[in-house]
Design a protein around this ligand. Structure first.
Ligand SMILES: Nc1ncnc2c1ncn2[C@@H]1O[C@H](COP(=O)(O)OP(=O)(O)O)[C@@H](O)[C@H]1O
Ligand SMILES: [Mg+2]
Length: 307
């Protein structure tokens, strides 16, 4: 019986992790919940990857989280040990290097843009004055943490004095500044398109609470089913592939003048809100995709990973 792991940092499986464990069991796998912090790597001796001191015996893995606030060193260790595992022949989705790229809003946005995916104008800098000039040019902008998630820590600014205070603070903390033009979203909502492999298995509108501009479910947005048009599917799959993701949650907004714009791709999206809106649980699709990887019917190049 194949052994499949769901890898995370949280001591207890989240709702989405539980869906994956159940889906794997329903498809005849032995499913294990593995904590990333207890994985160790050995170079030039014995078993390459161990879990709590014993050799890790796995056929495949679904990596759900590599840590919420790890230090750079911890992040390198975790990505390294997962990459080691993949090199030893255990496929993991998403690939640890793509997880790392997706976590970095700058690198992932650049990869999206170079694949022809429309993204907002964005500046990454350590110079608060450069950022201030960009905000003056754009009129209204969003300042985001370069590795943020769930809408936490982003500010919308349209006042130069206010912007200056925020930028000064970021510079004092010696953090890079990621600043983006503000995009007026049609209906104050965006679309979360859930990509698994070559298709969008479900899509949901995320409507921001009134007076708010963020559409994260974690920030109180409401979800509604959204139609998966061929145009949306093509765009979302292209977005996921540009970052080398085998499955992804793609944040797509429709602008008031009728264009699509992609804010980001999420490498380990949660899907409770999407499930409640659409009735579609992506978990069995993700497990099926992993099975294809284990059986060699699909490889990372099919997910757009280069090299
Ligand atoms: N440039 C922007 N213009 C308008 N709204 C934005 C912009 N960037 C992000 N948002 C809104 O904020 C939400 C969170 O931003 P996002 O880049 O997806 O970061 P996070 O990782 O925190 O989800 C988006 O889903 C979108 O609703
Ligand atoms: Mg997002």
């Amino acid at each position: 019986m194949p052994v499949v792991a769901v890898i995370h940092e949280a001591p207890r499986p989240t709702w989405s992790s539980r869906r994956l464990l159940e889906a794997a069991r329903a498809r005849g796998h032995r499913a294990r919940y593995v904590l990333v912090q207890y994985l160790s790597g050995t170079v030039a001796g014995g078993c390459a990857v161990t879990y709590r001191g014993s050799c890790l015996e796995l056929d495949g893995a679904i990596v759900r989280a590599i840590g919420r606030f790890p230090s750079l060193e911890t992040l390198l260790k975790r990505v390294g040990v997962l990459a080691h595992m993949v090199d030893e022949g255990v496929p993991a989705v998403n690939h640890p290097l793509s997880l790392l790229a997706a976590r970095d809003k700058y690198t992932s946005l650049r990869l999206l843009a170079s694949s022809g995916v429309p993204v907002p104008r964005t500046l990454v800098t350590e110079d608060p004055y450069e950022a201030l000039h960009a905000i003056e040019r754009w009129g209204r902008a969003v300042i985001k943490p370069i590795a943020g998630t769930m809408g936490l820590g982003s500010f919308m600014v349209d006042d130069v004095d206010e912007a200056y205070r925020v930028l000064e603070l970021i510079a004092t903390l010696r953090q890079p500044i990621y600043v983006q033009e503000y995009v007026e979203k049609k209906g104050n909502r965006d679309i979360r398109a859930f990509v698994v492999g070559d298709r969008v298995v479900a899509a949901a509108y995320r409507v921001a609470p009134s007076g708010a501009w963020k559409t994260n479910v974690a920030r109180g947005a409401r979800t509604e089913p959204a139609p998966v048009t061929p145009e949306l599917e093509e765009l979302a799959v292209r977005a996921a592939r540009s970052v080398g993701l085998c499955y992804a949650g793609v944040d797509v907004a429709e602008t008031v003048d009728g264009r699509y714009v992609v804010f980001e791709v999420n490498a380990a999206p949660l899907w409770r809100g999407l499930y409640e809106a659409t009735g579609v649980d992506p978990a069995p699709f993700i497990v099926e995709l992993l099975e294809d990887m284990i059986k060699g019917r699909r490889d990372y190049r099919d997910c757009g990973l280069r090299g």
